[in-house]
Design a protein around this ligand. Structure first.
Ligand code: FAD
Length: 453
């Protein structure tokens, strides 16, 4: 009988497993894929180092920074290039830098004078009732508080970049709870953001978030956790059945066609929502889960493209460019990968990563590589002055990339909480419940470990 079995060896499950092991508990982590870390996969090919999934980890807290240090990864850590603070959004077919200061905000071509004046009125707009706020979409909220132009040219591309999502269907309270809190507690986003900074300063919890990676790419983090877990991490192992008895849980997994069994007092589940629903649970849990709809996960194509530097007119001096749906694009955006972190491309070359698909372009989900490169080429030429064919290309398609915290999220979260209440020795974590960024999943793993030991 082990202390815990963790199902799912993405970054949340690995973090929970590692922390529990450090605290002297006997655990196993069961992961379906051949490598630890889910979509966090870095690949070196033809002199390019590219990411198949996430490109940068936004450090969310001092604790995550310490965690990386404790794992011995500080010497491999790469800070993003200072240029990365600059982000571009397309307006009238041209990338415009997002203003980084008040002066730039006044001068920017990204918003009309009317939109800028409308934004200044934000602190004076009325808040809505708690009841109405529960169902308010991101689009409704932004339009109500800041106006349509701000929705179209700031929030729509931002939501594409973070969620590959649609602001018309994400619920603010679930997708951006901090912003919801600003209106609820301080009556305004602007006031709330200022108050929040003050509160953090007073509590000594201010932390300046930074985007980082590692010299060998982001997968250094899950690979290191995997090595530390040693033979307690089962790769290529899909959980096929879960049974409950007096002492705890019996978990069955399949590896190379053979069934293995483990017994544990506690079960930690760090899986995508559909995988949670598909597990062979005891009848009561199965029924409970079948009463709630699954979360939507759109398809996202991540296209890594290498070019000679002289093929691109734009200086690529920033994090990347996002394209609002108003501009009728083929692509969601482009990351300037080799400008973001060094060592990503051979001399005189550059690497860019083009994201295509997402919730607003489901129609592109089934396109093959050549068609996607052709589609991307049109936007890349128009927006960045990219000429000619890439000298390197790699496509990764994620058929279910990122969960959308839509109106399905409330009932989904409630169902998981009820299952936890009925079964105190089970807990859920990871992106299907605790936030969709890598940093949120790392903190989710810590939460599970803290609640377990
Ligand atoms: C294309 C893309 C780009 C992204 N870009 C960024 C970014 O730049 N920055 C950022 O912060 N985040 C980004 N993200 C999100 C980030 O990757 C996730 O938030 C994070 O990796 C989620 O970790 P997790 O542990 O919660 O879930 P997952 O990584 O999904 O882990 C779940 C694991 O469970 C395994 N599994 C499934 N079913 C079973 C089963 N039956 N038995 C055993 N194992 C099973 C899966 O193989 C998987 O490894 C991106 C995601 C994608 C797809």
């Amino acid at each position: 009988m082990q202390d815990a079995i963790i199902i799912g060896g993405g970054i949340s499950g690995l973090t929970a497993g590692y922390l529990l092991q450090q605290r002297g508990l006997d655990i196993s982590v069961i992961e379906k894929g051949p490598t630890p870390g889910g979509p966090i996969q870095s690949v070196k090919q033809e002199g390019f180092l590219f990411e198949k999934g996430p490109n940068a980890l936004l450090l969310p807290s001092q604790w995550v920074e310490q965690f990386i240090d404790e794992l011995g990864l500080s010497t491999q850590l790469q800070e993003s290039n200072p240029n990365a603070a600059k982000r571009f959004i397309v307006r009238n077919n041209r990338p415009v830098a997002v203003p980084g200061s008040l002066l730039q905000a006044v001068a920017t071509r990204l918003f009309s004078l009317k939109a800028k004046l409308g934004f200044l009125g934000e602190p004076f707009r009325k808040r809505i009732s708690e009841e109405d706020a529960k169902f308010e979409t991101v689009a409704q909220f932004v339009q109500r508080r800041m106006g349509l132009e701000f929705l179209d040219y700031a929030i729509n591309p931002f939501v594409s970049g973070v969620y590959a999502g649609d602001p018309e269907e994400l619920i603010l309270e679930h997708a951006f709870p901090l912003v919801r809190g600003f209106e609820r507690d301080d009556g305004s986003i602007i006031r709330g953001a200022i108050q929040n900074k003050k509160r953090q300063k007073a509590a000594g919890t201010s932390y300046k978030k930074r985007s980082i990676s590692f010299k060998e790419g982001l997968h250094a983090l899950p690979q290191t956790l995997g090595r530390k877990l040693g033979n307690r991490l089962w790769l290529d192992s899909e959980v096929v059945a879960i049974n409950q008895n007096d002492q705890g849980w019996q978990v069955t997994w399949k590896r190379d066609g053979e069934n293995f069994e483990g017994f544990a007092k506690k079960l930690l589940v760090c899986l995508p929502s559909r995988a949670i629903k598909k597990l062979a649970w005891p009848q009561a849990i199965k029924e409970h889960l079948s009463s709630t709809p699954d979360l939507p996960y759109p398809t996202v194509h991540s296209l890594a493209l290498g070019y000679r530097r002289d093929q691109i007119a734009h200086p690529l001096d920033g994090f990347g460019v996002l394209v609002p749906s108003k501009e009728d694009p083929n692509i969601l955006g482009v990351l300037f990968s080799s400008d973001l972190f060094s060592g990503r491309a051979p001399d005189d070359h550059c690497l860019i990563t083009v994201m295509i698909g997402g919730r607003q372009r489901d129609d592109l989900a089934n396109l093959a590589k050549e068609a996607l490169i052709e589609l991307a080429a049109k936007d890349l030429d128009k927006l960045l002055g990219v000429k000619g064919a890439p000298c390197f290309s790699h496509l990764t398609t994620w058929p279910r990339a990122i969960p959308q915290y839509t109106k399905a999220f409330g009932p989904w979260k409630r169902t998981l909480a009820e299952i936890e209440t009925d079964n105190p020795n089970i807990a859920f974590g990871g992106h299907a419940i605790d936030g969709i960024a890598m940093g949120a999943s790392i903190q989710s793993g810590k939460r599970l470990a803290d609640e377990t030991a």
